[in-house]
Ligand binder design. Structure first.
Ligand code: DAH
Length: 329
């Protein structure tokens, strides 16, 4: 076996290799002879020998790869696969903590008799503001820094809350209605507790004789189902254009149990949602008789609830999709 082209197997290859690279092989002899040469010649011969070594090595590697590939094909063709080797399992994923929290909230209200409705994320000014009793140019619109599709005079915008689903639902159904509406919402706002895209769950009910105590009872029940034990709630007077009266609801801080800590800023309370009695002016937009019907509405931030539930201090962690974070859930 004298040449590379004669080699027919890996072991042929190794014997040809010996001719060049072995202890007494051609290249080794040349290297040994270098010391006997005058300095100028030594440089030239040394460089040529190195170039030859590289060329040869590449040629041997290419042949070796060829033999191995041929061997693999033969093995595969003969069906020589070791079926006793353990399989490679694909890593199992799971739902994002925000999706899960949102589904849990919706499921609690479903069990309490509310059906689910969705609405578009690109919304008309009419549904996002006007029919919710935000008058044109009223400063209340600035409570929610809005992404307009086409500048501030645009009629289309990214909905700033899930409340427009109230209007869309009432337009297409008559009382009694009991609906929860989850979804993504958008505002120009970004820091450790605000993300420009976040999620809300809206809920509302309209019927004869619906009162504020109905929403108090419902939300108290919701909080104990969500947080696993009966938590004291606090209703604080507030303002929303589409509810009158309006309230913001705090629960006892889930971190410190009401003693006061960094998360509740020492107050012992955490704000988790807004609610109120639907303003009769809103009923005017959907043709519900305000003398016959009353309704309550509420809206909550899903990230906020997920943060409380899992003790997470920075909302941005939910959206970076770092698996080291997500796989903790
Ligand atoms: N839409 C309000 C917001 O995004 C939240 C809200 C407050 C919804 C009171 C309601 C409500 O339905 O009654 O800030």
């Amino acid at each position: 076996m004298r040449s590379l082209s004669d080699a027919k197997s890996e072991s042929d290859l190794n014997s040809v290799k010996g001719i060049f690279f072995g202890k007494k092989g051609t290249l080794s002899e040349i290297m040994k002879g270098l010391s006997g040469l005058p300095i100028e010649e030594r440089k030239q011969v040394g460089a040529a020998a190195n170039a030859a070594r590289q060329t040869l090595e590449a040629a041997f590697d290419a042949r070796l790869a060829e033999f191995r590939e041929r061997e693999r094909k033969t093995r595969d063709a003969a069906g020589l696969i070791d079926v006793t080797l353990p399989g490679r399992l694909p890593a199992a994923g799971h739902r994002h903590p925000i999706s899960r929290t949102m589904a849990d909230i919706v499921s609690i209200f479903n069990r309490l008799g509310f059906s689910t409705r969705l609405g578009p994320e690109i919304e008309k000014d009419y549904y996002n503001f006007e029919a919710l009793n935000f008058p044109a140019d009223h400063p209340a619109r600035e409570m929610q820094d809005t992404f307009f599709m086409d500048g501030p005079s645009s009629d289309l915008l990214l909905r700033t809350h899930t409340s427009p689903i109230q209007i869309r639902t009432m337009e297409s159904s008559r009382p009694p209605v009991r609906v929860v509406a989850p979804g993504a919402v958008y505002r120009c706002d970004s820091d450790i507790t605000h993300s420009p895209m976040f999620h809300q769950v809206e809920g509302f009910a309209v019927d004869q004789n619906v009162t504020f105590s109905d929403v108090k009872g419902l939300l108290t029940e919701f909080c104990s189902m969500m947080f696993g034990e009966r938590k004291p709630l606090r209703f604080r007077p507030s303002f929303f254009p589409f509810t009158e009266p309006s309230a913001e609801v705090d629960i006892e801080c889930v971190i410190c149990g009401g003693k006061g800590c960094r998360v509740c800023k020492g107050s012992g309370w955490l704000e988790i949602l807004g609610c109120g009695m639907i303003d009769p002016a809103v009923f005017g937009f959907v043709d519900y008789d305000p003398d016959l019907y009353t309704g309550f509405a509420f809206g909550m931030g899903v990230e906020r609830i997920a943060m409380l539930r899992h003790g997470i201090g920075d909302i941005r962690l939910f959206f970076e999709n770092d698996l080291r974070f997500l796989s903790r859930f």
